[in-house]
Design a protein around this ligand. Structure first.
Ligand code: NAP
Length: 346
């Protein structure tokens, strides 16, 4: 017999492992039931999900991996999981109480019961838009901060190049570079995105990489004296063109390589010896290793947001049903700014 507090729970189910580009049909909607109470023998929390974040790394979770990697694969037949913002509905964990707002690793569903409380941060600052905790004040923001400052070692006057520059991470990297007194150029895949880079985020220059026949020549045009920091988001041919244009002692924080995520056979990069001859420091990182810096990041970024010195563009899809399409849109550049999905009001 259904209990009084049992409600229906719409979910986005991962159907099966993906090879090549993901499709909406790799996911399906299912409705199940959930009790709006944490079981008595649990120390978990029950969440009402408000915003879901669509992130490029989720493609890796759709693959079956034959050796351990930095993420676990989604379980076929189970809900997709990812970063999100949620409200605690019930709690048997001492650190959380009903009514708390949190961001962290939740389910693509209306309600999530979880014991993985270590994967959540409590939201203390609510004078800024709550949706920012899917991006600017969440994982993507931390990624920009860590990659740029910890690995990029920027100094005033550095020449900085950012690929996928209008996205969740890139738009912030460009603005951090400007705050540091750097010259910054971004690339993106449409005229509208290029306009945003120049007119909204304050990049010194920006170009549409899809309209450039020769990426090497394009970079030479914007960096006649070479690049000090390349914030790497895309990989492939862009990385090859960048390596030819780096300056001695340049830094390349390797944040991601989205152009490679859906390829069955990744592309090769043919001029890696530049790393030696130009003494380049090229270093990969995973943001999850740096969350101990989150309080420091908030202390730095919140005043900038409040003073209007940092802007953030979000691409908001409406309703859980729109989540699969929003997610796959990342891999063709359909999103303009941080892609998120709003699924409920507080
Ligand atoms: P995003 O930029 O908001 O969205 C993805 C963008 O990538 C698309 O809008 C598209 O922009 C571009 N893109 C898609 N396919 C491409 C291709 N074949 N070639 C070139 N560009 C392509 O995503 P994000 O969240 O800010 O992530 C940016 C990068 O950071 C990704 O590589 C992601 O994996 C990485 N990341 C790494 C970490 C970490 O811990 N290391 C954490 C977060 C994100 P255009 O229209 O401009 O092509």
């Amino acid at each position: 017999m259904a209990s009084e507090s049992e409600v229906s729970n719409k979910q986005i189910i991962f159907k099966d492992y993906v090879v090549g580009f993901p499709k909406e049909s790799d996911m399906e909607i299912r409705t199940s039931k959930i009790l709006l109470k944490v079981p008595e023998d649990s120390t978990g929390i029950l969440l009402k999900n408000l915003y879901l974040s669509c992130d490029p790394y989720m493609r890796s979770r759709m693959s079956k991996h034959d050796r351990p990697t930095y993420v676990t694969s989604f379980q076929p037949g189970s809900p997709i999981t990812g970063y999100g913002v949620a409200k605690v509905v019930d709690s048997r964990h001492p650190n959380f109480k009903a009514g708390d707002l949190v961001w962290g690793m939740t389910g693509w569903e209306e309600y999530t019961l979880t014991t993985l409380t270590d994967l959540f941060f409590k939201i203390e600052h609510t004078d800024v838009p709550l949706s920012y905790y899917t991006g600017l004040l969440g994982m993507a923001g931390m990624t920009a901060y860590v990659g740029f400052y910890e690995l990029g070692s920027p100094k005033k006057g550095d020449r900085v190049y950012v690929s996928a520059a209008s996205g969740a991470v890139g738009q912030l990297v460009g603005q951090l570079a400007k705050l540091t007194g750097c010259y910054v150029v971004g690339s993106a895949g449409s005229k509208d995105k290029v306009d945003l880079l120049k007119n909204k985020f304050g990049f010194d220059e920006a170009f549409n990489y899809k309209e450039e026949e020769d990426l090497d020549a394009a970079l030479r045009r914007y960096f006649p004296e070479g690049i000090d920091i390349y914030f790497e988001n895309v990989g492939g041919k862009m990385l090859e063109a960048v390596l030819s244009n780096m300056r001695n002692n340049g830094r390349i924080p390797v944040c991601g390589m989205i152009s490679q995520y859906n390829l069955v056979e990744p592309e090769g990069v043919h001029n890696l010896f530049n790393i030696t001859t130009k003494r380049i420091r090229m270093e990969g990182f995973i943001v999850g290793d740096y969350y101990h810096l989150y309080p420091k990041y908030l202390e730095m970024i919140l005043p900038h947001i409040r003073e209007g010195k940092i802007s953030y563009v979000e691409d908001v899809a409406e309703g859980l049903e729109s989540a699969p399409s929003a997610l796959i849109g990342l891999y063709s550049g359909r999103n303009v700014g941080k892609q998120l999905v709003v699924i409920a009001q507080e």
